[in-house]
Design a protein around this ligand. Structure first.
Ligand SMILES: [Zn+2]
Length: 310
């Protein structure tokens, strides 16, 4: 089974060569772009109705509606999908505009290029709201290159969208049981696999072993890289790994600060814990879910009230 990463389904040509000269607002006014709308906190505007397949559909603004939406908003050139330029309008979530959903919740259901478009739009939007001033001289910056760069008005310094490298690792013991941990900041019962940021100057392969040792005091053998998924809620680039414990059946010891508790689960134990609602698992758009699903062999079971499905 190959790893199913919902947020990177579909294909968007980043059309990098066009960025220098493109004016997103002009494309919208000329009716030459598909226009989608995002809220930098992670929400995307959807059609009121779903597709015949039942999939939610990212809303496209047209005509005057698109032109009006430009007022007071940042517009970015996302790329080219199905031969059409796509522009994202970044605005605060206004319920009067229609149906908003968080990409983290709805991303796994989107068809075609919708997830990839929304992902890119949110990665840019998140950078735009947080990168307003030059880190060297403190003057305001101007977005250039269709939103893909920012130039300092004072010292001309150019900056590009940032992403923070992070690792996430599915650890198994020698019985094939999977390590799950509960972070102190999460809702009760919510568990996931071990994750953490790559430190300055650190190789991600080293981060994997360090994070597992720090958080649950378990030693692992050399980890295997699996796949990467951007995660724009924050601005992470999540690099997924698999690893086996060094000793056959270690007992995880939570650090008590970041990780409140951790333990290994067999497939049967995980099934029972999820079905009873004792624990809940990561949402389906996440790479954590994808790695767990691959280990489990099929979709993870729902809780008693159908909870934990997104
Ligand atoms: Zn500057």
């Amino acid at each position: 089974m190959s790893l199913d990463l919902p947020l990177v389904r579909g294909h968007v040509d980043p059309a990098v060569a066009l960025r220098e000269s493109v004016a997103p607002g002009a494309l919208v006014r000329a009716g030459e772009a598909d226009v989608i709308v995002v809220d930098p906190s992670g929400f995307v505007l959807l059609d009121e109705a779903e597709a015949p397949s039942g999939a939610p559909v990212v809303h496209r603004l047209v005509g005057d509606e698109a032109t009006r939406a430009l007022e007071g908003a940042t517009a970015s050139f996302i790329g080219v999908a199905r031969g059409r330029s796509v522009v994202a309008i970044e605005t605060s979530r206004d319920e009067a505009r229609g149906r908003w959903e968080h990409l983290r919740a709805v991303g796994w259901q989107l068809d075609g290029d919708d997830a990839a478009l929304a992902l890119t739009a949110l990665a840019l939007a998140g950078w735009h709201v947080n990168y307003r001033f030059c880190p060297r001289c403190g003057a305001p910056v101007q977005l250039v290159s269709g939103g893909w760069a920012a130039r300092c008005e004072m010292c001309d310094r150019l900056e590009y969208p940032r992403q923070d490298p992070a690792i996430i690792v599915l650890v198994q013991d020698h019985d094939g049981r999977v390590l799950l941990a509960h972070n102190a900041l999460w809702r009760p019962g919510f568990v996931s696999i071990i994750a953490g940021y790559v430190e300055a100057g650190e190789s991600p392969d080293v981060t994997v072993a360090r994070e597992v040792a720090e958080e649950v005091r378990v030693e692992i053998e050399t980890p295997t890289y699996v796949a990467t998924q951007p995660w724009p809620f924050g601005r992470s680039q999540m690099m997924g790994y698999r690893a086996r414990t060094a000793s056959p059946r270690p007992t995880p010891q939570a650090d008590g600060v970041e990780i409140e508790w951790a333990r290994f689960y067999s497939r049967d134990e995980l099934t029972r814990a999820l079905e009873s609602g004792e624990i809940s698992a990561p949402g389906r758009a996440s790479i954590a879910y994808a790695l767990l699903r691959e280990w489990y062999g099929r979709d993870l079971p729902s809780g008693p009230d159908g909870a934990g499905r997104n």
